[in-house]
Design a protein around this ligand. Structure first.
Ligand code: TXA
Ligand code: MG
Length: 320
């Protein structure tokens, strides 16, 4: 398949409306989309990514009317969360209406819905006039792509079109909140933080803090995710020891590398803030892979605010 690269939302939407797959920008990471109401189109997403068939897809919409077309039994607290965080880097899990095919939700009777805030994404979704099922646009197991060029690296020849756009502003995937029970449960931390959720709905809980028997798990969380080829080690200044390394390595963190290493990293990124760290992480991982660096040290941050999402992705990358 010849992959068309276009800056035209109308052209990109024409491929999607014809049952093809289209990569598109969002404020979190790039998505690999297809018509969420067409099982055959949705299966093309799984094929392009080598994604396991039991891992459901987020459905992207551009207005609230659509949310109620595809989900029902929306609790009042979920309405408040949607009003506050949509459009934005926020995904809500709700009971699914039968109109959405099983292929989209991997057989689940629940559906993840997201309304991106990036203007070009909204324009694209409006041109599609369809709900768009889309996981992150990486090959399964690779870090989520934050630049269209990264999508091309993974997906050239595997999708019908790529809609080019800006580098992802946020760089980490959306916050996912399960709203199918009597209180919201944070399933995947993101730029909408746990503290943000609690401000709107004080009963919000962290999935990992619920008793095991009631703790829901995202199907996707059992797969190795967000991983560069390299081994990722999480380090922190409290360890207070200087490492002597005799192999090339990369470093990303907030602290100057001299605090950790007696030798100079082959590649490094010292971020000025947790925001910048989160924004740069996946692009950094991909650059390390291009440079074939076998080892990446990543500095731990606090688990407050966006730090919770950043630490979640670092742990996944480190396989811990
Ligand atoms: O920021 C984002 O959320 C990006 C952009 C493209 O919107 N998308 C994204 O999709 O990160 P993906 O597929 O890489 O991650 C979605 C996660 C997976 O872990 C999947 O298992 C879970 O959401 N998920 C999707 N639909 C679900 C459902 N119906 N029930 C439970 N989990 C679901
Ligand atoms: Mg993904």
């Amino acid at each position: 398949m010849q992959t068309v690269i276009t800056a035209s939302t109308r052209e990109a939407a024409s491929y999607l409306r014809a049952g093809q797959t289209v990569i598109f920008p969002t404020e979190t990471v790039y998505g690999l989309g297809a018509n969420a109401l067409d099982p055959e189109a949705v299966l093309k997403i799984y094929a392009a990514k080598n994604r396991p068939a039991d891992n459901p897809l987020i459905v992207h919409v551009y207005n609230f009317w659509q949310v109620h077309q595809y989900a029902h039994n929306v609790p009042p607290y979920a309405e408040r969360l949607m009003e506050k965080f949509m459009p934005g880097p926020f995904t809500i899990l709700l009971p699914k209406k039968p109109i959405v095919p099983d292929a989209t939700t991997a057989g689940s009777d629940k559906i993840c819905l997201r309304m991106p805030s990036l203007a070009i994404t909204q324009e694209f979704l409006r041109e599609c006039s369809l709900p768009v099922a889309a996981p992150s646009a990486n090959l399964s197991g690779k870090p989520s792509p934050t630049r269209w060029q990264d999508c091309l690296e993974d997906m050239d020849g595997r999708v019908a079109a790529i809609l080019t756009g800006p580098d992802a502003m946020l760089g980490l995937e959306s916050t996912i909140v399960d709203c199918t029970g009597s209180f919201p449960v944070l399933m995947r931390p993101g730029s909408v933080t746990f503290e943000d959720l609690r401000q709107v709905v004080p009963t919000a809980q962290l999935a990992e803090q619920l008793q095991n028997h009631q703790a829901p798990v995202l199907p996707g969380s059992k797969y190795r995710h967000y991983s560069p080829q390299a081994t990722v080690e999480i380090i922190s200044v409290v360890q207070n020891k200087v490492l002597e390394l005799n192999q090339p390595f990369a470093y990303i963190g907030l602290t100057a590398p001299e605090k950790f290493f007696a030798t100079v990293p082959a590649y490094q990124l010292v971020a000025k803030s947790v925001n910048e760290y989160a924004h740069s992480l996946f692009a950094f991982f991909r650059e390390c892979d291009r440079r074939e660096l076998p080892l990446i040290y990543a500095e731990a941050t606090s688990e407050q605010g966006l730090g919770r999402a950043l630490m979640n992705r670092l742990r996944k990358a480190a396989g811990s």
